[in-house]
Design a protein around this ligand. Structure first.
Ligand code: ATP
Ligand code: LTN
Length: 338
């Protein structure tokens, strides 16, 4: 399709919860694609702090992490001149639209969500209503901006399908209001696995540090974690789903190097698992080196970061207000006198 200069770019919206340490799984499954898509789309990238409240947080740490995550987005290549970066709670319309969408989402739909099942098993002392209705707030994030595309890892596919269902339901109940968004899930790297237990997904808020690589881990820590990653006792570097640990390392190498899986296998032909681990560690360290340097620089300049977040929130509020007032009018709420 030829797009004229004057035509508005399609909208991208995505977000990451400021829980734990931003991990290589988040980078390969989501952030890296944000960077690659930002030239062709009108992008909004959120630090979804309201979502993070669905599990217990230490307030001072959560506050610090919000800024740190925004700085890591920029350090990874999100250009604040091209894309809006904002903290979710700075835009009150997220919670407001979330409420309206709660009233057209069914308990049965949310009961089926696998992330809710996993998280309620992990946090069985705190199965709160927010954790249950989490996907509705996510739908609000996306629909507020009439997003066309949502770049996420494979674990979010189900939430995206719910978002589409809710958008279509609203459009049918009232009149066309929301763009029905598509998920953008990468073919390789959409589900990076835990290093110590490659049958479960890598997760940034894992209690066991050896399970994930943080974007801010120093080189020796990255190398140690990869060296200790669990694999079977084979030798040949061949991609096989049945060998989850090895397949995970090959996948990471593939996405970081830009080589497809057969090319990675060819590169390691005749070599052992150990070679793959050494080279993967080097590649990870070299990929993260400039990110960490830029991150350190940004964290020294809090005025710059604050400015970007203020600008991002302002931009988002303007756009969100338009959608929300339409929604309020359509469902029959009385407009406030001005
Ligand atoms: P938490 O452990 O706090 O639940 P998480 O690591 O699962 O966090 P999210 O904030 O839920 O991360 O997800 C942020 C983005 O990273 C989403 O797009 C998600 O799909 C993606 N993502 C998360 N984990 C992985 C993974 N292991 N592989 C690929 N993408 C992932
Ligand atoms: N639920 C997502 C985080 C998230 C999100 C969003 C992703 C919240 N709102 C909007 C994309 C678009 C997760 O990764 N757990």
């Amino acid at each position: 399709m030829v797009r004229r200069m004057s035509e508005p770019k399609p909208v991208i919206l995505s977000g990451i919860q400021p829980s734990g340490h931003l991990a290589i799984g988040n980078y390969l499954g989501a952030l890296k694609n944000w960077v690659e898509l930002q030239d062709r789309y009108d992008c909004i990238f959120l630090v979804v702090d309201l979502h993070a409240l669905t599990v217990r947080q230490v307030p001072a740490e959560l506050r610090r992490r919000c800024l740190s995550f925004a700085a890591q987005y920029i350090a990874c290549g999100i250009d604040p001149e091209k894309s809006a970066i904002a903290i979710q709670s700075h835009v009150p319309q997220h919670a407001e639209l979330g409420w309206v969408l709660n009233t057209i989402t069914y308990m049965g739909e949310l009961n089926r969500m696998t992330q809710f099942k996993d998280k309620s098993a992990r946090h069985n002392q705190n199965i709160n209503v927010g954790l249950f209705s989490y996907p509705v707030l996510m739908a609000a994030d996306i629909l507020l901006y009439q997003a066309d595309l949502v770049p996420v890892g494979a674990d979010q596919k189900q939430h995206l399908e719910l978002t589409r269902d809710v958008a279509q339901r609203f459009n049918n109940l009232y009149s066309p209001t929301f763009t029905v968004p598509e998920a953008f899930i990468p073919k390789v790297g959409a589900r990076i696995m835990s290093l110590q237990d490659p049958t479960k997904k890598m997760s940034k808020s894992d209690d066991v540090e050896g399970n994930y690589i943080s974007l801010l881990d120093p080189p020796n820590v990255i190398t140690r974690k990869i060296k200790r990653a669990v694999t079977d006792s084979g030798t040949e570097v061949r991609f096989d789903e049945g060998s989850a640990g090895l397949a995970n390392l090959i996948t990471m190498y593939s996405v970081l190097s830009g080589l497809d899986i057969p090319a990675v296998e060819a590169h390691f032909a005749g070599k052992m698992y150990g070679h793959l681990k050494v080279e993967l560690a080097e590649l990870t360290v070299e990929t993260l080196r400039p990110v960490q340097a830029e991150y350190a620089r940004l964290m020294e300049d809090s005025a710059y970061l604050d400015g970007i977040l203020a600008r991002g929130a302002e931009d988002c509020r303007g756009r969100a207000r338009k959608t929300l007032s339409k929604v309020y009018r359509k469902v029959g709420l009385v407009p406030a006198a001005r």
